[in-house]
Design a protein around this ligand. Sequence first.
Ligand code: RP5
Length: 170
Amino acid sequence: MSNENMLSNSDQPLVGVVMGSRSDWPTMKLASDLLSQMGIPHETKVVSAHRTPDRLVEYAKSAKSRGLKVIIAGAGGAAHLPGMIASMTIVPVLGVPVKSKALSGVDSLYSIVQMPKGIPVGTLAIGDAGAANAGLLAAAIVAGHSEDVAEKLEAFRQAQTDAVVETVED
Ligand code: RP5
């Protein structure tokens, strides 16, 4: 399949956005919104490592054959979801530490970032910034295969640069 055809088969999700709970959605929506803005077909699912372990296994093991190029996995607390998914697929996994009530997401960050050598999870910042950046990073990965996504990403960066004021006044 040529690079452009990878995206022209439009309905097939290229990125999976998964989260441990429905309660993670306000955070993970930021990743999904960025992917939509970049025109990248994606899916959004609740997959819990401890509440729906069978769903987790099925999701991770079928990811590559279903054509996913990147998985963004967000979870809070003892956030084993991204690492568990990464252990069952070679599709790159980006982990988003969701802000937890008890420890403000530091627990989530440590759980996700400290993967033992051999099973990598690309870990983003805690919370909203991490989720949005996961969407942008997934777009950058997909952009290597799609000129259309590359152009959208360049335009996003340019708009962001253009929006920065140079002087401040009262
Ligand atoms: C994790 O536990 C989820 O990723 C969520 O961040 C956290 C709390 O889940 P709920 O109790 O809100 O469902 O599995």
